[in-house]
Design a binder for this molecule. Sequence first.
Ligand code: C5J
Length: 237
Amino acid sequence: MTTSTVETASPGPFTLIPGKTALIVIDMQRDFILPGGFGESLGNDVDMLLKVVPPLADLIAAARAAGMLVIHTREGHVPDLSDCPPAKLNRGAPSKRIGDPGRYGRILIRGEYGHDIIDELAPAAGEVVIDKPGKGAFYATELQQILTDAGITQLLVTGVTTEVCVHTTTREANDRGYECLVVSDCVGSYFPEFQRVGLEMICAQGGIFGWVADSAAVIPAIAALPVSSEPAPTAQR
Ligand code: C5J
């Protein structure tokens, strides 16, 4: 089997195994990323997330070219909010809570414009889209079954935000036995300090729950993999 290694990953080299690696793109949704959206209305600087888009687009293109399984997630809730516990709903600014009207429709509600993924990173036909009610992509979703069915053992983790949904998903994946490489310039936080520390935490203590490397190191490693001809799982949209 021809493997390919990201030599500069922290805390040490990460070997990609063809056919066993998937790229997961977490919550690159308009509500979080676009100017005027939910994230910005909370006082956040969306430029911190927008800068993730170009390297992530390149990484997604490399994964697609290699025939790698690409999975997108969206955080959000059904319109009657029956899947949003009070502990989650009753937080944040009182007039800007999940389900309230926002610039791009009801905030984080499935089917609304703001809930969907930004145009630049739109899922390709047939790619899996996981709708998740929580921060972690494994909680109350079909993700684990999809990964099991596809024989995946490693995840390249990207998306937003680093310290919330990226961290939660990486920790969930690590606990389930997946090797996770978080791509540092393809994850973003509104808070520079959280970005820095969030990445440090992942690979501290010998890689306590994953590896970290940038896209400049990961993309050539993906390109060196043999192209997978496995059919992609059916889309969830
Ligand atoms: C947050 C996320 N930050 N996708 N969601 O609430 O990280």
